[in-house]
Design a protein around this ligand. Structure first.
Ligand code: 13P
Ligand code: ZN
Length: 271
């Protein structure tokens, strides 16, 4: 067996957690990531029949039975992931009963998967139905995005239009818009179900006064969505209290969409 710490998926995960920490998005244990691994990814590194522990998830994920996920641990700090992946990360497989996680590697000091596993796995289920290649669900607390949820209307139309209006390429990156949830108690099946429902229509979901979720076929897509929202939110928080002289109009957004051949949420214009 090869050393799992040298696996490309492990390096990607470690680099991503480190990068997000350095951006200031993941204070203390804030944020969590889940990465769907294929059988062929793990085969050189792990024996699939050596289960270390069985951990009940508290919800059923029938469409994910037999699937492997590399996930961050609950209470673990993103800043520590790169230095000690085995303690801060785990590889789980969803068992036959659909509501048990079989731990195959990691969480070495008796830890367990993120408390946001419901939102992650329920979102994976929905995104995989839309795109069988989806692999990454990412949750983080980007500073400006979070600030913006305190001062703007928490609706998809209002939030998306404000972010699209901050810089020209936002509509190109997420023509499908931004899903928005009100404040809810985190770490529950309820917020997991609500997030997954939004993932039917959006690859990005904001949790009011908490943070953001991004979904993607790889880290670049999921991270790219979140960083673009955060860039827009930074701009918004910089200029929104100043006298506004120039705006990106609905007509200009439509022009960009036409130039890039985008199917976009036209119903989010006009306010
Ligand atoms: P975990 O430490 O359980 O992953 O929780 C962090 C978080 O951001 C909760 O929303
Ligand atoms: Zn959080």
């Amino acid at each position: 067996m090869k050393d799992i710490l040298s696996a490309p998926f492990m390096r990607e995960m470690c680099d991503m957690a480190d990068n997000m920490y350095r951006l200031g998005w993941d204070e203390r244990n804030g944020g969590n990531i889940s990465y769907l691994l294929y059988d062929e990814d793990i085969a050189p590194y792990l024996s699939a029949d050596k289960v270390i522990r069985r951990i009940p998830t508290g919800f059923s994920a029938p469409e994910l039975v037999g699937k492997y996920f590399l996930v961050t641990g609950t209470g673990k700090y993103f800043k520590n992931v790169k230095g000690d992946p085995e303690r801060n990360l785990g590889i789980i497989r969803i068992a036959e009963d659909a509501c048990t996680a079989e731990l195959l590697w990691g969480f070495s000091n008796g830890g367990r998967f993120t408390s946001e596993l419901p939102a992650h796995l329920m979102s994976h289920t929905v995104r995989l139905r839309h795109n069988p290649k989806n692999r990454v669900i990412m949750h983080t607390h980007p500073t400006a995005t979070l600030a913006m949820t305190h001062v703007t209307e928490l609706t998809e139309k209002a939030f998306t239009r404000l972010i699209w209006g901050t810089c020209t390429e936002c509509i190109v990156v997420f023509p499908d818009g931004i899903g928005v949830l009100p404040w809810m108690v985190c770490g529950t099946n309820e917020i997991g179900e609500a997030t997954a429902k939004k993932m039917e229509d959006y690859r990005i979901v904001i949790w009011g006064m908490h943070g953001i979720y991004g979904a993607g076929v790889d880290f670049d897509e999921a991270f790219g969505l979140i960083e673009t929202v955060e860039k827009g939110a930074q701009l918004y928080m910089m200029y929104s209290h100043l006298p506004i002289v120039n705006r990106i109009t609905d007509e200009q957004l439509d022009e960009v969409a036409k130039a890039f051949h985008l199917e976009y949420r036209k119903d989010f214009l006009g306010q």
